[in-house]
Design a protein around this ligand. Structure first.
Ligand SMILES: Cc1ncc(COP(=O)(O)O)c(C=O)c1O
Length: 451
């Protein structure tokens, strides 16, 4: 830890190591240590840290045109990126259009306003309420935090947040009953949306927002079979828009470009970020289905949501190169193969560990939930600080995994995310799991000492 810094770090209690270089799936610090980035930061660096294609695209675009304000001009990379993103959306989405922004949180804010705008254009001005799920993460800005359901992250700002309808998460490990099939569970939790719409009054509800595969706060919990089909039916029945927050699980992370595609339904608004820029540029996109575009075109013609750096040409050029690289190098196929390998190894080596409660995920997006007692699923006490201790122990082994707490009840519950770059090799997957296996008992020892 470096002691002095003028940077307002995530925690002012210390300064993290100084990263100086990235190469392939590895990051290097100023002390000469290297780390396998097994989580792509926060499921961001899908091409690793030194892929030449987007780097060349960034240089070329910066040389040609770095910036042109969107109130004056459009740009070729922004036009091409929007076309590429809507082309990848399911047929039911229609032609659609994409707004290009700078971060997941910004893109969620735009999605919420876009949903509201759609209803305003159609003369349904009462529709201003959003429904979201418990334990969801949708970003750090106030609108995104309002729809987010992570208790601890919301608590300090609760008086500043907008009032949102709330339904339980789809989280089979902790809420599927022992005598319930996965399908019956999916329908039961999806039906909570209908009850909540009726409680609020359908004429007031603008949209329902959910992560197709829950990321940071629930540790890669996939939806139960049939869950999103039922959600889609309920949204259609009451004229409520469906917003898919694919900030973390999109851009190929779960094996298809958009994660919701695997559920056989289309959202009305899709938000994608992290893997889209692969960490090479800050970029996110909010996609509006054709019916939303048509309503706005036929009405006021605009969404009042201009931002200085939207559709940034250099960021768009980087994202275009990321998408092209994913296609050209067939990286979703590699991600699926490496993901199956990762799951197999995690299950074989850690599946019976007394403190590993659940291993779950999809594609190259896995969560490992840790429990004090496998039988009762009792979480570790908050004082144990297990997830952060595991991050620390893994870093000491040269491994980056993404820790989070609160999956059990918003405060208790520890898990880590493993989401390596799509370029990861079979050997690197072996190293990731071996280092994880070494770090886990060390973290458990440290956590035990704190209880
Ligand atoms: C599902 C989801 N939505 C939104 C966000 C917010 O994105 P950003 O951190 O880029 O603002 C995140 C970030 O982790 C996320 O995982």
């Amino acid at each position: 830890m470096r002691a002095d810094s003028s940077l307002f770090h995530r925690s002012l209690k210390g300064t993290p190591p100084l990263a100086v270089r990235g190469s392939g799936v590895r990051l290097f610090d100023s002390a000469g240590r290297d780390y396998i980035d097994a989580c792509g930061g926060a499921a961001v660096s899908c091409l690793g840290h030194s892929h030449p294609a987007p780097i060349a695209a960034i240089r070329a675009q910066a040389d040609q045109l770095a910036y042109a304000h969107t109130a004056f001009f459009t740009s070729e990379p922004a036009e091409r990126l929007a076309a590429d993103l809507v082309r990848r959306a399911p047929a039911r989405f229609g032609e659609g259009r994409a707004m290009i922004l700078g971060s997941g949180s910004e893109a969620i804010e735009a999605a919420l306003k876009l949903a509201r705008q759609y209803h305003l254009e159609r003369g349904e001005a009462r529709r201003a309420k959003f429904i979201a799920r418990e334990m969801a993460y949708h970003g750090a800005t106030l609108g995104a935090l309002s729809v987010g359901g992570h208790v601890a992250r919301r608590a300090p700002y609760a008086p500043m947040l907008i009032d949102v309808g709330r339904i339980p998460a789809c989280y089979a490990y902790r809420s599927q009953a022992s005598d319930e099939t996965a399908e019956a569970y999916g329908l039961r939790v999806a039906d909570a949306l209908e009850a909540e719409i009726l409680r609020i009054g359908p004429e007031s509800v603008a949209a329902f927002i959910a992560e197709p595969v829950s990321g940071a706060t629930l540790g890669c919990a996939p939806p139960a079979p049939g869950y999103f089909k039922r959600i889609r039916e309920i949204c259609d029945r009451y004229g409520v828009l469906l917003i898919a927050d694919e900030v973390m699980c999109g851009a190929g992370r779960t094996g298809t470009f958009y994660a919701l595609e695997q559920e056989g339904v289309a959202a009305d608004i899709i938000v994608v970020a992290k893997g889209l820029g692969a960490g090479l540029q800050p970029i996110a996109a909010t996609l509006a289905a054709q019916k939303i575009v048509e309503a706005i075109e036929a009405g006021s013609g605009a969404l009042a949501h201009g931002q200085t750096y939207m559709s940034h040409p250099v960021a768009c050029a980087a994202a275009l190169a990321v998408l092209k690289t994913i296609d050209d190098e067939n990286l979703l196929v590699n991600a699926a193969a490496r993901g199956a390998h990762l799951r197999g190894l995690l299950e074989a080596r850690l599946g019976r560990h007394p403190h590993v409660g659940d291993i779950r995920g999809r594609g190259l997006f896995y969560g490992v939930e840790l429990v004090r007692d496998r039988q009762t699923k009792e979480p570790f006490p908050a004082a144990a600080q297990l997830a952060p201790k595991l991050k620390e122990a893994a870093m000491a082994e040269g491994l980056m995994i993404y820790p989070a707490s609160g999956c059990a009840d918003g405060v208790l519950g520890d898990h880590v995310l493993i989401a390596p770059p799509y370029i990861v090799s079979a050997d690197e997957i072996e190293i990731i799991v071996s280092r994880f296996e070494t770090a886990l008992p060390r973290a458990l020892e440290k956590a035990a000492a704190r209880q």
